[in-house]
Design a protein around this ligand. Sequence first.
Ligand code: BDR
Ligand code: CA
Length: 312
Amino acid sequence: MARKLIIDTDPGIDDAVALTLALFDPKLDVVAVTAVGGNVPPEMASRNVQAIIEQLDPPRWPRTGSASAPDAGLPADARHIHGADGLGNAKFEVAELIHRHPAEKVICDEVRAAPDEVTILALGPLTNIARAFQRDPGLESQVGRLVIMGGAVTAPGNVTPAAEFNIYCDPVSARSVFKSRTTKTLIPLDVTNQVPLTYDLLDNLPPETSRGGAFLRRVLPHAFRSHRQLFGQEEIFLHDVVALVAVTHPELFETCEIAGDVETQGELTAGATLFDRRPRPEWRANMEIATAVDSAAVVDYIMRAMKRAGQV
Ligand code: BDR
Ligand code: CA
């Protein structure tokens, strides 16, 4: 039976690629895609989720949920990397939606509809997940597993020297989700940085005649351009796609149980993740964290999943 999945996302190019691969993966039943502000402001994230689903027109359309701003506002966005519209300046049109539901409500509904069966893949700031747990306190123990792209263990941050982007954008929500009873797996920068993708990816995109191919060809090249212009890199990192692979192929990752927390206040360290890595840890372990990945196998999966996304 296909695994039920909610994808909470702030598209974003790597988010968009992860969604493309997930929506055409027959082993996944993507029951909902919920938008969160992060790479782009909340309203744009909601619009981008809709644009992606409309462009891809997957065999089964997921429910969608709309984003609203985190309580403290968004301290950053990443449009300098992902394009002014978050999707590589593709400027997709979207239909006017009559009924829009808040992301946290959609998350609560879908988890309650299938207790213990739903995996949540969090690809953006943890605003919606924290709100869903506040709205329905029993929900924490009904989620099958929460897989989070976020944080850094020994790797430097990617938005400040200390902080990874998703956690930095809403550290208060991240802290409360880290403390929740939900079974969770964190995929930090230390691991996503181990999967560089080269121009081979562009050479292997699905054909323009397929919906997946047409979409990826409008969005993905921008990531290579911005990585070269901003960082002088010829390769890109699709962090969120690596987190998706942790859902579909957990056997490709090494993990350990650890206690993790988030710095919410520091002038220099807000959004930093801390882990009790002392030889004799005193904090109680509250999550599984990926420590290593078979990067060749992940790249192989991405190439195969791209091909599949080009078959419709
Ligand atoms: C994360 O930040 C965002 O820019 C990416 O989409 C990814 O979710 C990586 O730090
Ligand atoms: Ca993201």
